[in-house]
Design a protein around this ligand. Structure first.
Ligand code: FMN
Length: 188
């Protein structure tokens, strides 16, 4: 069973990105599961305490490290990554020897009320993931544009196109994580 860890959304009640993240649970391919890590209690990163991180950060580091792949669903704030998401990533990335991202395949999605669907935040996030030695998947890109039209009153994703692209990206993530695993076991 491929274990994917997902995180993201925003702190807003009725966050479309949180709704997208939770909708992905029902879009996972057979033989995989999506565990969602709640990052809302991760405090502001304190560099002086990076060797003694808060319990929630240590748990998050372990959850990413033990996963087969990662799904990040990010809003776009002012053409970039919201501090909320960046802070969570910065917190788990330190100290460098505890960075859990090297070699991890990572799928990105975003939702926005606008017509670009959070694309600029995703491109900034890709750059961050390169520094962390993660492997961001290229395609399909999942940008849920005009988000208020794409979810029902229970905040479930109902747009067929968006569901199709999200399902394909999740399938690619799970398949790529299997390829990486096979590669590693052949080396050992
Ligand atoms: C501080 C702030 C900055 C924003 N900047 C952008 C932006 O640059 N591009 C965009 O498409 N939407 C922007 N938005 C609108 C968000 O896409 C919209 O609020 C979206 O619903 C946020 O995600 P959420 O629903 O998960 O909270 C911004 C919203 C806020 C609160």
């Amino acid at each position: 069973m491929a274990k994917i860890i997902g995180f993201g959304g925003s702190r807003r009640n009725g966050s479309y990105n949180r709704a997208l993240l939770y909708s992905c649970r029902s879009l996972m391919p057979e033989g995989s599961e999506l565990d969602i890590f709640d990052i809302s209690s991760i405090p502001l990163f304190e560099p002086d305490q990076e060797n003694n991180p808060p319990e929630v950060v240590a748990r998050f580091q372990m959850a990413v490290k033990e996963s087969d792949g990662v799904l990040i669903v990010t809003p776009e704030y002012n053409f970039s990554i919201p501090g909320y998401i960046k802070n969570a990533i910065d917190s788990v990335s330190r100290p460098p020897e505890r960075n859990p991202f090297p070699g991890k395949p990572v799928a990105l999605m975003s939702a926005s009320i606008g017509m670009l669907g959070g694309s600029r935040a995703q491109y900034h996030l890709r750059q961050v993931l390169v520094f962390l030695d993660a492997i961001p998947l290229n395609k399909p890109e999942v940008f849920v544009t005009f988000a208020p039209q794409k979810f029902n009153e229970n905040m479930e994703l109902i747009d067929d196109q968006a569901k199709k692209f999200a399902s394909q990206l999740l399938r690619n993530l799970v398949e790529f994580s299997a390829v990486l695993k096979r590669g590693l076991s052949q080396k050992n």
